[in-house]
Ligand binder design. Sequence first.
Ligand code: PLP
Length: 416
Amino acid sequence: MTETALENLTQRLKQAIPALIDNAPVFLDAPSGTQMPRTVLDAMNQYVTVGTANRGGIFPTSLETESLLLDTRRKVCALLGASDHQVVFGQNMTSLAFNAASSLRRDWADPSKSVVVSELDHHANIDPWISCADDAGMAARWLPVDPHRYCLDLSGLDALVDDDCALVAVGLSSNAVGTASDIGPIIDRARSVGAVSVVDAVHGLSHIPVDVDELGADITFFSAYKIFGPHIGAMVIRNDALDRIRFHKLAPAPRTGYGKAELGTQNMEAVAGLSATIDFVASFGDDVSADLRHQITSAIGNFARCEEELTDHFVAGLQTIDGVTLARAPHGIPKTSTVAFTVTAASPESVAFACAKEGVYITHGDFYARTLAERTDVAHAGGWLRAGIAPYHDRDDIDRALNVLDRAIRLARRQP
Ligand SMILES: Cc1ncc(COP(=O)(O)O)c(C=O)c1O
């Protein structure tokens, strides 16, 4: 896409998203959740307006609900490039992961086994696995982070992921500092020792086209609210893994397929929203005549290109502000548009508060990447400030954010 085409894409997004119209704040909180387009809001509204229903009925609203669920599962497979998988909906990634972990734990009987998690990750991809391992008397092993380079150190991968390993969980990219990890070798290694492989794509999916077939992961999670959608999570699980795992389930629920892992009545209006979200994403692909999968991957590539130039501009601007220290992997290590930093002599909260008063919404804290915050020595000082650049931002937004940040930082540093 040309530069002008990318600018047009951003303007299209701005017009499609009600929260961004006219004097909107600069929402730099995209890693906590993106703003929603009108088509998604309309789809949710429409689903309930014409009459909602649960599954299992032989009347139109129930049959329509069933077909909405089936169609959305198909679209989720296209979103993730998953062909031999089932899609399990749930409230959010955290609850889906806890259910998967506690179900796996039912067959974790050997205390000499271990699970491997990553120091770079959000704790939603750590605690479900290590707490259930702990219940089974199993150990947790950690893929270490290099605290100076903000990336995983994979030099000890083969020793860490050995025949005693029952599960390996890793994130596609860090929701705190944006590092995109090279997860292919980790998943390959997990599979070669027979461990269950888990990918947390919650942060990465809106920036990096994901191909679950190619990756070969057993379980992949995402949450729609990070990619223009409503608050709903999904677990995409390989059929053979789904067959093997004894998911906690109600007796009358199906024994096979996604139904054995999906708990209770789903948030159908959010499913309707997710379906519209995937169509919305696909509409930013290069070739509208291509199949859904190709439209989605090219759209996500286009989003990433929009974000890249703005992120460079933002990072360069931050580097000119006195007292700012970036928490960012060095050149050459792939990263998303999520930028974390600290400010000498000012708490992240005080800077975020001053920015909020001027209409720039920037987040602060450890973002549940608690272990990373500890390893990089920011946990004791309130974590980081974090700006998430989305494809709906333009250069004016970023310049406004930099100006406001500059003032906010001066103010916060003057205060005792
Ligand atoms: C990388 C990552 N994983 C997992 C989660 C948890 O997702 P959910 O809120 O859907 O439970 C988040 C939420 O911020 C996240 O950023």
